[in-house]
Design a protein around this ligand. Structure first.
Ligand code: 5GP
Ligand code: MG
Ligand code: MG
Length: 182
């Protein structure tokens, strides 16, 4: 097991587990999109690590672009407010869009994004999320087509995910010690 950051209470998914999950999802996407015009759109900044690994696990022609939206502040609680901070550079009309997300919790962010991108008339639009906080009795606003793994309802960091912009570079996904928040 890799050395753990002192702020991390426990590891949920190791680097090796993540590699296997991303390869599995990449293979599914390769199969589904082999005859399509795939555009991966990653949501900054949390999804950059997943994007980098996922695009190399996909074995068909693709384009990439990035969007930045803001729905959480620097804290651990959702503000419920979504705004576009950086828009796409490319035209997605008639193309097959796959939104790449780090984590799906309430789905408020993605629901807004799907509505916004749909108005630009892509041929199709689907979601690939690295983590899904698919908690019983807690309905997400959208249904992702590709999911690397389900995740407990803890605040997680690593593999792109931050707390106050830190911990994105951890190669694993972990739960912070409670004292880090206070
Ligand atoms: P949603 O709109 O689905 O509730 O939240 C989406 C965004 O909130 C994610 O893309 C992510 O940036 C942030 N988020 C939700 N849960 C977590 C978490 O457990 N850890 C971190 N670091 N960010 C989270
Ligand atoms: Mg995100
Ligand atoms: Mg964040």
């Amino acid at each position: 097991m890799e050395a753990m950051h002192p702020d991390v209470d426990h590891i949920l998914f190791t680097e090796e587990e993540i590699t296997a999950m991303v390869k599995r999802v990449g293979a599914q996407i390769s199969e589904d999109y082999k005859d399509k015009d795939l555009v991966l759109i990653a949501v900054l900044r949390g999804a950059v690590v997943f994007m980098g690994d996922l695009m190399r696990a996909i074995d068909c022609p693709l384009a990439i672009d990035f969007m930045a939206v803001s729905s959480y502040g620097d804290g651990a609680k959702s503000s419920g407010i979504v705004r576009i901070v950086k828009d796409l550079d490319i035209d997605i009309k008639g193309r097959d869009v796959l939104i790449v997300e780090d984590i799906l919790d309430s789905g408020i962010t993605l629901k807004y994004l799907i509505k916004n991108l749909s108005s630009r008339q892509p041929a199709s639009i689907e979601v690939a999320t690295f983590l899904w906080k698919d908690i019983e009795g807690k309905q997400a606003a959208i249904n992702p087509k590709y999911v690397c793994t389900h995740c407990p309802d803890d605040f997680v960091v690593g593999y792109g995910l931050d707390y106050a912009q830190r911990y994105r570079n951890l190669p694993y996904v972990g739960v912070l010690k409670p004292e880090v928040y206070s």
